[in-house]
Structure formats: structure tokens, C-alpha cells
Design a protein around this ligand. Structure first.
Ligand SMILES: [Cu+2]
Length: 163
């Protein structure tokens, strides 16, 4: 029993269970962060791991932030050797038990028309609206590019379980 418990803990630790995480009705945002920007940048990207640990399928409809004119959900697509990003209109389905990893080179939030510079160490609230869970206020921490160690292959994952 003890052993099982410690194994579980080890498994969860890298995902920052004790770090910052937002959860509402089973919708979990793990380690939301925004890439630090240059002083005059008009855009910034936001990343996190999104898990639907609730009891029903849901849908991330929109996101808004008071420091940006517009927040879009972007995906990165490869056309030959060129990576392009594209806005996903209408939000994304988040089925029960699904896990999405928003990360550099994949899905991300795009903050457009920035009001201010994103300085490492600062925190910003982003309002994420779900069809069923409603509004979820998520606190993002600004971090320098390249600081994040884990680079999972694949842009999007769904299904159960940890990595
Ligand atoms: Cu983008």
C-alpha cells in the first residue's frame, strides 16, 4: 500500500501537482505559462497541459485576457519544411479523460495585440470559457523561452494516463 502510494506520487510529481495548477469541475490546467516577450512584441504564446478529469465531455470555447486584444487557439502545421500556425475557429472539443499538451511547436494560445511586455516572473490571468465547466480563471506564469525542459513528441495527445 505504501509502495503503491509512493509510486503514484513519483509519477505525478513532474507535472507540478504542488506547483501551480488550476482545476474546476475536473478541468485541469497544469503549469500554464507564457513565453516572455521583447518590449515591443505584439504577440505572445501561452502553453499548458489541459486535462479533462471530469465526468463529461466538454469544449474549450474561447479565451480572453485583459492584457491582449484577442486570444486565439492556434495549431502548428507542417507544410513541407515550413511550420505555420493557424487559428482553430470555434474552440476545441475536450472529451472526458482527454489530455492536450499545448507546447512550443504545437497547440498554443496566441495572445494578439499585447498591452504590455510579458516579463519573466510576472503572472497573468486568462479566462478560459468551457461549454459545461463555464469560466475557468487560469493563472499563467511568464517564463523565458527555452527554460522548459520537457519536449514531448507530437503536437496533441488525447487519451488516458500520464505520458
Ligand atoms: Cu500562434
Amino acid at each position: 500500500m505504501n509502495r503503491l502510494f509512493s509510486v503514484l506520487c513519483l509519477c505525478l510529481l513532474p507535472w507540478g501537482v504542488f506547483a501551480h495548477e488550476t482545476a474546476k469541475r475536473g478541468i485541469i490546467f497544469d503549469h500554464p505559462w507564457i513565453r516572455a516577450t521583447a518590449p515591443n512584441a505584439m504577440m505572445a504564446a501561452g502553453y499548458f497541459k489541459l486535462i479533462n478529469g471530469g465526468f463529461e465531455d466538454d469544449r474549450l470555447v474561447t479565451a480572453t485576457a485583459n492584457f491582449a486584444k484577442k486570444v486565439e487557439i492556434h495549431e502548428t502545421i507542417k507544410e513541407g519544411d515550413v511550420s505555420k500556425m493557424r487559428a482553430i475557429a470555434g474552440g476545441i472539443d475536450v472529451p472526458q479523460e482527454a489530455e492536450f499538451i499545448f507546447q512550443p511547436g504545437g497547440l498554443h494560445l496566441m495572445f494578439r495585440g499585447l498591452d504590455k511586455q510579458m516579463v519573466a516572473g510576472e503572472k497573468f490571468i486568462v479566462e478560459m470559457e468551457f461549454e459545461k465547466a463555464g469560466k475557468v480563471m487560469v493563472e499563467f506564469l511568464v517564463e523565458k523561452a527555452g527554460k522548459r525542459g520537457h519536449d514531448h513528441s507530437g503536437n496533441m495527445k488525447s487519451g488516458t494516463g500520464h505520458h
